[in-house]
Design a protein around this ligand. Structure first.
Ligand SMILES: [Zn+2]
Length: 341
């Protein structure tokens, strides 16, 4: 039997965000290394999954999605003393600013929240996370198969020039840009939160159709975007679809939305490739997300995407109920079992 390749590099575990600021309170950071460790353990127990260590990612592949200043800032953070973490507390109005990414105190210019810290290991973990999705996409390009990137830290909130939402490099966008020269890409975000970074990166692009199913941004992060009225602009007009589902949504209604809205929209686009931003904070026990999906539902969800018959890269996004995270990921990957080459 052929195996499903899952990409992960141990250096992705070097970054340990300890806490975040949430509505003025200092709370334990949910994006811990235990998440990736739990997923890794569960993947390892599955004989039909083969864990692969990615090679380095070329800087150009990161530059295709992120500007020079953002990368420079992460390099600046590498000079922070061991154990010291930087949280910006000044977020300037862009029009009158003179930002300098070699000055760590200017991090607030490139950041949009106070939950996404920088330290001397951020660059390393984020670059290896991007490498996992980059090489997962390269494999799909070569073989037309289905691959999974255990991309941690996650990526879908990171935009060309800003970071936030625990995300530094947009792993799914980096994967999509590997595939884009060879065909049309549908990028589907099933994380509980709107993929604002991904939306921004392809907003004017008619070759990458971005759709995100998420909780209402009026109540949930990232608050400022993710509304159905955002449909793309310029050449990209009509190639961005935001779908909001109510708090507490269970599989029955989630499936209805997939079958009646999301899957038909993907089919109309006639893509050659599929990239999935697979977040599991839609889980009923998740401490951050507020949908009510169960472990078995993820396999059913994946089957809907698998039935499209497209070469597919699955990138890990959120999911913060650590004890069941690996089981949820494995359940999702099972939905693609018939498609492994
Ligand atoms: Zn999320």
């Amino acid at each position: 039997m052929e195996k499903l390749y899952a990409y992960f590099h141990v250096n992705q575990l070097d970054f340990h965000p300890k806490y975040e600021w949430a509505l003025g309170n200092r709370i334990k950071h949910p994006e811990t290394t235990k998440r990736a460790e739990n997923i890794f353990k569960k993947l390892k127990a599955e004989k039909w999954i083969e864990l692969k260590e990615p090679d380095n990612i070329p800087l150009k592949a990161i530059r295709d999605s992120h500007n020079y200043q953002l990368i420079t800032l992460y390099n600046t953070a590498m000079a922070l003393p061991e154990g010291e973490t930087f949280y910006p507390s000044v977020f300037p109005q862009r029009k009158d600013s003179k930002p300098d990414p070699t000055n760590i105190y200017h991090a607030g210019f490139y950041c949009f929240d106070s939950g996404t810290p920088l330290n001397n290991k951020t660059w390393q973990a984020a670059a290896w996370s991007a490498a996992s999705s980059f090489h997962a996409a390269k494999e799909v390009l070569k073989k037309g198969s289905v691959t999974y990137a255990l991309s941690r830290p996650p990526g879908h909130h990171a935009a060309r020039d800003t970071y936030g939402g625990y995300c530094y490099f947009n792993n799914a966008a980096i994967a999509a840009k590997v595939l884009r020269p060879k065909g049309r890409v549908a990028l589907v975000d099933v994380d509980f939160h709107h993929g604002n970074g991904t939306q921004g990166l392809f907003y004017r692009d008619d070759q990458v159709f971005v759709t995100s199913i998420h909780g209402d941004p009026r109540e949930y992060f990232p608050y400022f975007c993710g509304f159905p009225s955002e449909q793309g602009s310029g050449d990209g007009l009509g190639y961005n679809l935001n779908v909001i589902l109510p708090t507490g949504t269970k599989w029955r209604n989630y499936k209805k939305t997939l079958k009646e809205t999301v899957i038909p929209a993907i089919k109309r686009f006639e893509p050659d490739y599929l990239v999935l931003s697979a977040g599991f904070d839609t889980y009923h026990k998740d401490p951050i997300g507020r949908f009510a999906l169960e472990t078995k539902d993820y396999e059913l969800m994946a089957k809907e995407f698998s039935a499209l018959g497209l070469p597919t890269v699955i990138c890990q996004e959120g999911g913060y109920y650590t004890p069941d995270l690996g089981a949820n990921v494995v359940s999702f990957l099972k939905g693609f079992k018939g498609r492994i080459k």
